[in-house]
Write a protein that binds this ligand. Structure first.
Ligand code: OOG
Length: 244
């Protein structure tokens, strides 16, 4: 049976636009992971058709903490658009989101050939379009790996090693998660290489200035309805947002 990629993409996209969860795609359709990436491509094409611009790629489920939290044990990747970008320190509202969560990350800025030219602490807001934030691997891939928003801290020169920096996630100044950059595939550098390879395999050519989010270093926590959320990465600084 052939899969209607466009129809599945429309279903997930409409869920995001309406801020209302839908049933997992795999509940009604047999979907391979390769099919799911085609759905993701069609989903993001809809966003680009509304005037959004592709600004990078993200990895997901790169840490044991995230794999255990979500019950999926494979690294996945998704696409970032300019509409997902939140300026450091900016205020956001949870209105329009379904059940957002937030996680601390490391981000790379890419140069002309896809090589990393700078690094920053980052926050990622994820919001699964599936009911109860539950999904199988093909479902989460089709849903653009739950991508909803991201905050980048100030860019820094890339230090000689990135493999063992402490990571904190704070809500209103209280530490709610702690981890290490070592949780990100052993080294965020490895996540960068993996991300470039996966995106390249799908025909994406990194543009200068693109962002690569290397994946969360800790489990995600619910985005509070109001409050100050900050990620801090040792030696890289912080990234924050205000929820109002
Ligand atoms: C999937 C996306 C996870 C990460 O950094 O692990 C992710 C999810 O948990 O909804 O972006």
């Amino acid at each position: 049976m052939s899969v209607d990629f466009a129809a599945l993409a429309a279903r997930v996209d409409q869920a995001a636009v309406a801020g209302e969860a839908v049933e997992q795609l795999t509940a009604g359709t047999e979907l391979t992971v390769a099919d799911a990436y085609r759905v993701q491509e069609a989903l993001v094409a809809r966003r680009l058709g509304r005037g959004e611009r592709l600004v990078g790629v993200k990895l997901g489920l790169t840490s044991a903490a995230k794999m255990a939290q979500m019950g999926v044990d494979e690294v996945i990747w998704g696409r970032l658009t300019d509409a997902m970008s939140i300026a450091d320190g900016d205020a956001v509202s949870t209105g329009g989101l379904i059940h957002p969560r937030v996680e601390p990350e490391v981000a790379f800025r890419l140069g002309a050939g896809g090589e990393p030219v700078a690094v920053a602490a980052a926050l990622e807001v994820i919001d699964s379009r599936y009911a109860d934030f539950r999904f199988t691997l093909p479902d989460v891939v089709a849903d653009n790996t739950s991508a909803a928003g991201f905050v980048l801290g100030p860019w820094r020169p890339i230090p000689a090693g990135l493999a063992n920096f402490g990571v904190l996630l704070e809500v209103d100044g209280q530490v709610v998660e702690t981890g290490s950059t070592a949780a990100i595939l052993g080294d965020p550098w490895r996540a960068l290489q993996r991300g470039l390879k996966l995106a390249g395999g799908a025909g994406l050519v990194p543009q200068p200035g693109w962002v690569l989010l290397a994946g969360a270093a800790t489990a995600a926590v619910p985005l509070p309805g109001a409050g100050h959320v900050r990620a801090v990465v040792e030696q890289l600084g912080g990234a924050s947002l205000e929820v109002r």
